[in-house]
Design a protein around this ligand. Structure first.
Ligand code: P6P
Length: 290
């Protein structure tokens, strides 16, 4: 199944083909490089390599006006202005989300958001978003304003395995990041109620955990911490794209107060508390933190 907008479809197909290459190239790129990304994370060889591949491929698509990445300080201007030209978009990616899992050989992902605006931008300007999950099987979830679709990726091709993906009504799993002693009291109070109701699923890579929530129902969160009230995850590259996917699947997203997609960003790499999942669980969270 293709996406109706040709530029968006081209970008989705490009991510799909590149993801197959990224997965094949992980072997031999598990070491760290002596560099940090713009938010201070130590870069793994595969981070830089995946970013270079995606930048090269996506920036050359006619209709992509900006390429922005968690690994690059500033967006790359690719020709055309997403703010003024109707068929021109900005693409923001987290090339290898959870790359620290490479060392322990656990799941990771590639996240992308396609904004009809120059980034940094509100998540409400997203027209399509999704992620690739490098699990036992390489899968891809793509959300548009019409529907959410899951694909299996093999040999650069994508095969639909689930159409009109929606969060199950009855939540089953939860995963919360950060250390428990570093959680604010109100969040710890909320987490205790959830722990009594659901099963813990936390892998160290948001995409693996979010995919569990999308499959079984529940909640994933990385709250603002006492030591870092702004949270860990990045709004443009993780919060907005994943918030869009989950909201399009009938769930909710929140920074603890409101939908992630409604947040006015101040800068490209700003962090945010991030919670996504079943609407009732997010509503409860906001009531507890409010
Ligand atoms: P922690 C990976 O580094 C990441 O950005 C997300 O994919 C993941 O959910 C989170 O950080 C893990 O953070 O503090 O548990 O290592």
């Amino acid at each position: 199944m293709t996406v109706s907008d040709p530029v968006v479809e081209n970008a989705v197909a490009t991510v799909s083909r590149t993801a197959t290459e990224i997965r094949q190239g992980l072997v031999g790129r598990r070491g760290t490089v002596d560099e940090e990304n713009p938010t201070g994370d130590t870069q793994v060889e595969a981070d830089v390599w995946a970013d270079d591949l995606l930048a090269d491929r996506l920036s050359s698509i006619d209709g992509v006006g900006q390429y922005a990445s968690e690994e690059r300080p500033e967006p790359m201007d690719c020709g055309g202005d997403p703010a003024t030209e109707s068929d021109t978009y900005a693409i923001a990616v987290d090339p290898l989300d959870g790359s620290s899992n490479l060392r322990s050989n656990n799941s990771m992902g590639t996240i992308f958001g396609i904004y009809d605006a120059r980034v940094p931008a509100r998540g409400e300007t997203i027209v399509a978003a999704g992620y690739v999950l490098y699990g036992p099987i390489t899968t891809m979830v793509v959300a548009t304003d019409e529907t959410v679709t899951e694909y299996e990726l093999t040999g650069g091709e994508r095969t639909v395995v689930r159409r009109d993906v929606t969060l199950p009504d009855d939540p089953v799993v939860y995963g919360f990041g950060g250390r428990v002693p570093d959680w604010p009291d109100e969040f710890r109070e909320y987490a205790r109620t959830i722990e009594d109701e659901l099963k813990l699923r936390y892998s160290g890579a948001m995409i693996g955990d979010v995919n569990q929530v999308l499959t079984y129902g529940g909640i994933f969160g990385y709250p603002g911490l006492e030591s870092r009230p702004e949270g860990k995850l990045r709004l443009q590259f993780e919060g907005n794209p994943i918030g869009y996917v989950v909201e399009q699947a009938g769930g909710r997203s929140s920074n603890g107060e409101t939908s992630l997609l409604s947040v006015d960003p101040d800068e490209l790499h700003e962090r945010t508390p991030l919670h996504v999942g079943s609407a009732a669980l997010i509503d409860r969270l906001e009531s507890t933190l409010g």
